[in-house]
Design a protein around this ligand. Structure first.
Ligand SMILES: [Zn+2]
Length: 134
């Protein structure tokens, strides 16, 4: 018998980048896939993983409070500490449920959210992140 839950990738590059995602996030997203399956929700779709510093700068170009860095940029271990997931495949109630579920089960000591649903100019999406490992 085999556990069968799935996540999908928006682009082939994301399937290649997946193993460069911090294992703590891979665990969260795979558990999220199980939870979506259990609730009868759509399976998670990964829409963004790795960004270069140039891509980060382009996304936030001209914005007043642009963050200097991003957990989407590979850290010194070569790992990414954030992934984005499609949100418009869920109802607003489902979005709220899934964000609350991830934040309940993976609370952060620094009180920042593990999951949120936001729009930084590229459309609404889930942003799932973990703190630096060291
Ligand atoms: Zn993000």
């Amino acid at each position: 018998m085999r556990l069968a839950v799935g996540i999908a990738f928006k682009r082939p590059r994301h399937a290649h980048e997946w193993l460069a995602v911090d294992p703590r996030i891979r665990a969260i997203v795979l558990a999220l896939a199980e939870e979506c399956d259990r609730r009868g929700y759509a399976s998670p779709i990964v829409t963004s993983i790795l960004r270069t510093p140039d891509e980060h700068a382009r996304i936030y170009a001209g914005r007043a409070n642009a963050p200097a860095s991003s957990p989407h940029i590979a850290d010194p271990r070569g790992l990414v500490r954030a992934v984005d997931l499609r949100s418009h495949i869920y109802t607003p109630e489902q979005v709220a449920t899934l964000v609350a579920w991830m934040n309940q089960h993976w609370p952060r000591a620094d009180k920042r959210p593990t999951a949120l649903c936001h729009n930084v100019g590229l459309g609404m999406h889930f942003h799932v992140q973990v703190p630096p490992a060291f």
